[in-house]
Every structure is written in structure tokens, then in C-alpha cells.
Design a protein around this ligand. Structure first.
Ligand code: TTP
Ligand code: MG
Length: 435
């Protein structure tokens, strides 16, 4: 499906043989009907790609007997749906739904416990295929990424739209996973469009039709507008993007400050954020200024769990694993102290970050009051080397597996509200994130 504009001539791409032609319902070269048409098709280079029913797709691929059955992926203990295949979705099953409800809606579904390690491997393989097209790949989560394909046409002898269609076909053929594509002038519109015709979608939003498409959508489709912001906007009578399009910038800024300016721009399809690959990232860290100075080990260690979880979430989202863990402290006299330890095997797990940073903290708790505490990871190494089974300390491997299972429940890392027991104490205030 395609967003089109009547005034401008269309350009079309065949998603089967990648032939480019003017217009028509069938490809003049291969006669197939999977055609994508848009007047700006050859001018756009920012893409967002998101796998379809990702965890369920991996399970179906690995268990062909599930192919035509409704499949639901979910953790047993917390009883929440991680995802459901598109067959199960026809019965109304959705991510984050309680499992008992999903079972009621779809009694004949195959229920599968998540295998996070497997999904991470497949997600990484997909991101690596993207990196073969451009170094400008920004993973957003395990199954999605932004790509900036500007300037790649000469190298690949094909415009970005054709490169994307080919890549999707290659991912399907080589990895057995289907993916949906959004192509647009910027990240906001690309992400919006990839979601519009799932599964196996390819949707284009151009400059010429962005305004009209946005006008038909609710405000909640603007990134960063969660349930809370939507509620306060609704109090002011604002629920549709079209309403924002009618307001001028000054009054939006006067009402909502910086958010108002963002709403003004995004409602008009303007988004200047760059696609940021991870290659420039040297370290990932998180630190927190304490409400009151602390000297006690237990009290300080209590903060380390939340910090370790934040850093770990960030590492997983960015597909990074680092071997050097650094603890940072600032005394009440503003002196900065750092202590680091380098591990044999790089990690991205919060359990490991917590364990090592606690070890580093121990000798520094000699009664000195601290006003800030932070955890950082550097020394990045290939993800394939990360968190290997620990033969010397098998309990560490068990904890790592438990964390991966927990990640499965958390969905796209942090979307849902699940935290390990010890995190509850520190989860109230979000730490300042730094990179
Ligand atoms: P999504 O891309 O949001 O969902 P999806 O790939 O299952 O389905 P689609 O994109 O076709 O709509 O998330 C990717 C994976 O993240 C998903 O397969 C499972 C996991 N996930 C959760 O565990 N919990 C959640 O609440 C969500 C939204 C996703
Ligand atoms: Mg997805």
C-alpha cells in the first residue's frame, strides 16, 4: 500500500524483481503485483525497518509445525504476552496482555516461553545485514532500526527504495523473518510509516503527503507522547494531530514550552534528528546525584542496582557489550573518584554490572560521604563474545539466563513495568542518563 499524491507523477518499484517504472498495477518486467508507488519514491533515503511479530516469527521459523497455528510468546510466571503472531492477533491477542486473557481469546494457541538469546542472535544478524548497505544504522530495539541510505545509490547501483526492498527479500530468504519498511524524509515519518501496513509492509511518506497523513492520526502517534502527556493534552481538548496543525508555534510554546515546539514541528512532519549509529560510542554510563549525601555501603549499593539496570538496558538497545566496568563517586567536597575493573569476557548484563560495581564500592566506603554515584561500561567488544557461560562460577550463568528471561518479559527493554525485586527500592526516581 502506498500513500500517493494526485498532482505529482508516480514512480513505481516492483518488490519482486526490483524493476523501477512509472506507474501500473503490475510490473511491466515480471508481471507481478507487489508494487510500491509514490511521487517521491526516488528522493527519499531515511528508512525504518521493523520485524513482524518478531519473537513469534523466530519460533515459527524454528518450529515449522507451528507455521499455520496461532502462536503466543509469553513468560509463565508473570503471565504476560510478549508478542503474538498475526494469526493469534486475529483473535484479539496483543503484546502486554495478561496470558489468561490471551488464552481465553485464542484457546487453541501454541504458547511458547521466550528464548531471548535466540532472538538476540537473529536481531543482530538482521542489523548486520542492514550494515552491509550503510554504516548509518541505528538499532532502536532487538527487531527494528533506522537506516540513512543517503549517498549509497552509486555504491549499490540502486536507489534506496530498491535497496530496502531487496534487503527485506534477503532477510526473508536467508533468515526466515519478514520485516516491514517505512521510507520517508526523516526518522519520525519513517517510523510512523513502517507500522502502517504490517506485516511485510512497505509504506512511503513523502514531503508532499506528510501533512495530510498526519492530519488523520491521533496525537499519541507522535513519538514521546505517552499515556501521561496524552492525558494532559486531552484535558486541553487536544487529541488529534490535525488540531496541532491549526495552532501556531508561539501559542504551542507558550502552553507547553519545549514540548510545544516539538509538537509544532512533528505535527507538520518536521524532524531534524540524525540517524546515529553506535560506532562512535566509546562508553555507556549512568549516574545519579543523591538527594542527601550517603556514606553507608548498603545505602550506596542500593543505588547501584537501578544504575546497573539503566546501563544494561542502554547496552542491549545499542547492541554493545563492554569489558571495562567503572564506578564513579563524587565526595561531598566535589572530589571525583573512579575505580575500574576489566573482565575477561565483555558483558551487557545488569547482574554483572551490579556485582562488579559493588565490589569496587566496598573499599571506598570508609565513612566518606558521597553526593553522586555512577556506573559506566567501556572497552566494547563484539557482542558474540559477551556473557559466555561461566564454567568457574555456574551460578553466574544461571543469573544471566534469568536476566534474559526477564528481558523477554520487559518487552522492548524497559517498555513494560517489570523489575527484579531489588530494583523496586530505587525505581522511583529515574537516574540521569549520560553517554
Ligand atoms: P514489536 O516490534 O513492538 O512487536 P512485534 O515485532 O512482535 O510485532 P509487530 O512489530 O509486527 O507489530 O516488538 C518486538 C519484540 O519485542 C516482540 O516480538 C516481543 C517483544 N515485546 C515484548 O516482549 N513486550 C511488548 O510489550 C512488546 C510491544 C514487544
Ligand atoms: Mg516488530
Amino acid at each position: 500500500m502506498t500513500a500517493t499524491s494526485a498532482q505529482h507523477p508516480l514512480t513505481s518499484l516492483c518488490r519482486t524483481c526490483f524493476h523501477i517504472f512509472n506507474t501500473g498495477k503490475f510490473c511491466p518486467q515480471c508481471n507481478r503485483p507487489r508494487i510500491i508507488s509514490h511521487p517521491e519514491l526516488l528522493n527519499l533515503s531515511i528508512a525504518h525497518m521493523d520485524c513482524d511479530a518478531f519473537y513469534a516469527a523466530v519460533e515459527k521459523r524454528d518450529n515449522p509445525e507451528y507455521a499455520s497455528r496461532p502462536v503466543i510468546i509469553g513468560g509463565e510466571k508473570r503471565g504476560v504476552v510478549s508478542t503474538a503472531c498475526y494469526i493469534a492477533r486475529m483473535s484479539g491477542v496483543r503484546s502486554a496482555m495478561p496470558m489468561y486473557k490471551a488464552k481465553k481469546l485464542c484457546p487453541d494457541a501454541v504458547i511458547v516461553r521466550p528464548n531471548m538469546k535466540r532472538y538476540q542472535e537473529v536481531g543482530l544478524a538482521i542489523h548486520n545485514k542492514m550494515r552491509a548497505l550503510t554504516p548509518l544504522v541505528e538499532p532502536l530495539s532487538i527487531d527494528e532500526a533506522f537506516l540513512d541510505l543517503s549517498g549509497t545509490e552509486a555504491l549499490h547501483q540502486a536507489p534506496p527504495a530498491a535497496q530496502l526492498a531487496k534487503l527485506a527479500a534477503e532477510i526473508e530468504a536467508d533468515l526466515g523473518i519478514t520485516i516491514s519498511i517505512g521510507l520517508a524524509p526523516n526518522k519520525f515519518l519513517a517510523k510512523l510509516s513502517s507500522d502502517m501496513n504490517k506485516p511485510r509492509g512497505f509504506t512511503v511518506i513523502g514531503k508532499s503527503d506528510a501533512h495530510t497523513i498526519l492530519a488523520s492520526l491521533p496525537i499519541t502517534r507522535i513519538y514521546g507522547i505517552g499515556a501521561k502527556s496524552a492525558k494532559s493534552l486531552a484535558k486541553d481538548g487536544l487529541s488529534q494531530i490535525s488540531q496541532l496543525q491549526e495552532m501556531d508555534e508561539t501559542s504551542l510554546i507558550r502552553r507547553y514550552g519545549e514540548t510545544g515546539q516539538k509538537l509544532f514541528k512533528l505535527s507538520r512532519g518536521i524532524d531534524n534528528r540524525k540517524v546515529q549509529p553506535n560506532s562512535g560510542v566509546k562508553s555507556v554510563s549512568s549516574e545519579r546525584t543523591l538527594a542527601q549525601d550517603l556514606a553507608d555501603f548498603d545505602a550506596l549499593q542500593d543505588k547501584l542496582w537501578g544504575l546497573s539496570e539503566t546501563v544494561s538496558t542502554d547496552l542491549k538497545r545499542k547492541e554493545l557489550a563492554g569489558a571495562t566496568i567503572t564506578l564513579k563517586l563524587k565526595t561531598s567536597m566535589h572530589r571525583i573518584i573512579t575505580r575500574s575493573r576489566t573482565l575477561e569476557v565483555p558483558t551487557q548484563l545488569s547482574e554483572t554490572l551490579f556485582e562488579i560495581s559493588s565490589d569496587l564500592l566496598q573499599p571506598l566506603t570508609d565513612g566518606t560521604p558521597y553526593r553522586l554515584i555512577g556506573v559506566g561500561v567501556s572497552g566494547f567488544r563484539p557482542l558474540s563474545e559477551a556473557d559466555q557461560p561461566d564454567l568457574i562460577e555456574p551460578s553466574r550463568t544461571q543469573r544471566a539466563n534469568a536476566e534474559r528471561a526477564m528481558d523477554a518479559l520487559k518487552g522492548k527493554y524497559g517498555k513494560a513495568a517489570i523489575s527484579k525485586g531489588r530494583g523496586f527500592k530505587t525505581a522511583k526516581t529515574a537516574p540521569n542518563k549520560k553517554q
